[in-house]
Write a protein that binds this ligand. Structure first.
Ligand code: CA
Length: 442
C-alpha cells in the first residue's frame, strides 16, 4: 500500500492560489494526471497535472532549466504527450514525480517564477482521455445495486449464489469510452417489453450507472497470475465512470451471454486520474457483514482486510435541458460511498488475473454501479424509480423515470477525512442528444 509522507500534509499550500480554496477538487495534495490542449487549437495533446483551477503543462515545464538530471528524465516521456509509458513504471516512479511536483508547486518554492507561465486555465482547455485505454472490464461490486436490481427480477432471491464468492464481471468495449464533456445520440436497439415481437427503435429507458474506473499501471505476463500481495502495485489510479445503459435493450438481449449493445454505445470517464498515492490517506478496512463468507484465500490478505477499501464519496447530478435554458444549476440525485463495495480494487486485479489472464498497462476496470444501502441511494435510475414504475420529482418540479433528450448527467466524487485535505475527481459529464432518425442513419 502507498505510504503517507509530507506530500499529504493537510497544511501544505500551493503558490497557485486557487488550489488553496476550501472545497477545491485539486489542492496540492491531489496532483492528478490528464491530457489536454488549449481550446480552439489543434496542437498535440499534452500531459498535465491539475492544480487548483489550472493545469501544469508538463511539456512546457520539462523545457525549463533547473531540473536535476533525474528530475528531467522523469518528465521527458510525459513531455512527449503520452501518459502510458509513465503508467507502466509503477508506484516508485509515481511517488518520485509526485514529490518533485509537490516541491515545485508548494508555497515559497523557487520554481514559482519559472513554472508560472506553464499554467493553463482549465476553463481554456479541452480534455481527452488520459491514455489510450486498452481492454475494459466491468465488474459488479456494488452489492446494494446487485440486491436492488436482483429484487426487481427475483423478489425472493435477489442475489445469485455466486455473488459473495466471485467478483462478477464481463468484458466491455473500450472504443466507445469518451472523455467528460461529450454528447451522444440516444441509441437505437431491439426493444421487446411485453409486445409479442421486438422492434428496432430508440431506447425509451436510457439510464446512467455511477461507477469508479481503475486504470492498470504495470501489467502481468500471460499465464502469470497477480497475487493479492502484489495486486495494489498494478493499479495506477482511479477515475469516475458512467456506464450508460439502455435498460429496454438490456432486458431483451442479456440472456444468455450478458450485456452487449445495451452498454457499448458510450461510456464516459472523468478527465483526471487520481493516483493511488493521492488516495493513500483515504484507505479503509475491508469488512463484510457478520455471517457472510470470507473471500477465498486467493482473494484475501491482511493488508486488504486492514486497508483494502477506499473512502470515496460519490454523487450523481442532473441538469435537464429546461434547467440549462433557464440558467439553473444541476440538482443532486443521490450520494453513495465506494467503501460500501463488496470487493476491493486489489481483489478485482487478483481475480481477473487468477486464471493467467494478462492485464496490460492502461486497461480499465469498472467497479460496477455504486449504490448506497438506502432506497434513495441508487446509483442508477433503474433503482431510484423501481424499474421505471415510480417517477422521481426533481426540485424544480420536473419528473424522470429514465433520461430524456437534452439531459446532462454529471458524476462527482471526492475524499474527505478529518485531519486530511479534501481531494476531488472533477466532473464526469455528458449530454444525451436525440436519436438519429432512421432516414439519417440509412
Ligand atoms: Ca456497469
Amino acid at each position: 500500500m502507498n505510504s503517507l509522507d509530507d506530500t499529504h500534509d493537510q497544511a501544505l499550500l500551493s503558490w497557485v492560489a486557487s488550489a488553496n480554496e476550501p472545497g477545491c477538487d485539486f489542492p496540492i495534495q491531489n496532483l492528478p494526471f490528464g491530457r489536454f490542449r488549449r481550446a480552439g487549437s489543434l496542437e498535440p495533446w499534452h500531459v498535465g497535472v491539475a492544480i487548483g483551477d489550472r493545469i501544469l503543462d508538463l511539456t512546457l515545464a520539462c523545457d525549463k532549466p533547473g531540473w536535476t538530471d533525474a528530475e528531467k528524465e522523469r518528465l521527458l516521456p510525459l513531455a512527449q504527450g503520452s501518459l502510458s509509458g509513465f503508467m507502466a513504471l509503477g508506484a516508485q516512479a509515481r511517488a518520485a514525480l509526485r514529490r518533485q511536483l509537490s516541491l515545485a508547486l508548494r508555497e515559497g518554492s523557487s520554481w514559482q517564477p519559472v513554472l508560472v507561465d506553464c499554467l493553463v486555465p482549465q476553463a481554456q482547455a479541452v480534455m481527452t482521455l488520459p491514455c489510450e485505454v486498452g481492454d475494459y472490464t466491468d465488474f459488479y461490486t456494488g452489492i446494494h445495486h446487485a440486491t436492488t436490481v436482483g429484487k426487481l427480477f427475483r423478489p425472493d432471491n435477489p442475489l445469485l449464489p455466486n455473488y459473495k464468492y466471485v467478483p462478477i464481471g464481463y468484458h466491455g468495449r473500450s472504443s466507445s469510452l469518451c472523455a467528460s464533456g461529450h454528447a451522444f445520440h440516444r441509441p437505437m436497439g431491439q426493444l421487446k417489453g411485453d409486445a409479442p415481437e421486438p422492434r428496432f427503435a430508440p431506447t425509451a429507458r436510457l439510464d446512467y450507472e455511477l461507477e469508479l474506473g481503475a486504470l492498470i499501471g504495470p501489467g502481468n505476463e500471460l499465464g502469470e497470475p497477480i497475487t493479492m500481495a502484489n495486486a495494489e502495485a498494478h493499479l495506477f489510479g482511479v477515475m469516475l465512470l458512467n456506464d450508460w445503459t439502455a435498460r429496454d435493450v438490456q432486458s431483451w438481449e442479456y440472456q444468455p451471454l450478458g450485456p452487449f449493445l445495451s452498454k457499448n454505445f458510450a461510456s464516459t470517464l472523468s478527465p483526471w486520474v487520481v493516483t493511488m498515492e493521492a488516495l493513500a490517506p483515504f484507505r479503509a478496512p475491508f469488512e463484510r457483514p457478520a455471517g457472510d463468507p470470507a473471500p477465498l484465500p486467493y482473494l484475501d490478505s491482511e493488508a486488504n482486510r486492514t486497508q483494502g477499501a477506499l473512502d470515496i464519496a460519490l454523487e450523481v447530478w442532473l441538469q435537464t435541458a429546461g434547467m440549462r435554458e433557464r440558467g439553473e444549476a444541476a440538482v443532486r440525485l443521490m450520494q453513495s460511498n465506494f467503501r460500501d463495495a463488496y470487493w476491493t480494487l486489489a481483489q478485482l486485479v487478483a481475480h481477473h488475473s487468477s486464471n493467467g489472464c494478462n492485464l496490460r498497462t492502461a486497461d480499465l476496470l469498472g467497479s460496477g454501479t455504486q449504490s448506497g444501502p438506502q432506497p434513495g441511494q441508487g446509483g442508477s435510475l433503474l433503482e431510484l424509480t423501481q424499474g421505471g414504475k415510480q417517477s422521481i420529482t426533481l426540485s424544480n418540479g420536473e419528473t424522470r423515470t429514465f433520461l430524456q433528450d437534452g439531459d446532462t448527467v454529471i458524476l462527482r466524487g471526492f475524499c474527505e477525512r478529518a485531519g486530511r485535505r479534501r481531494i476531488g475527481f472533477g466532473d464526469c459529464a455528458a449530454t444525451v442528444l436525440p436519436a438519429r432518425t432512421l432516414s439519417s442513419t440509412l
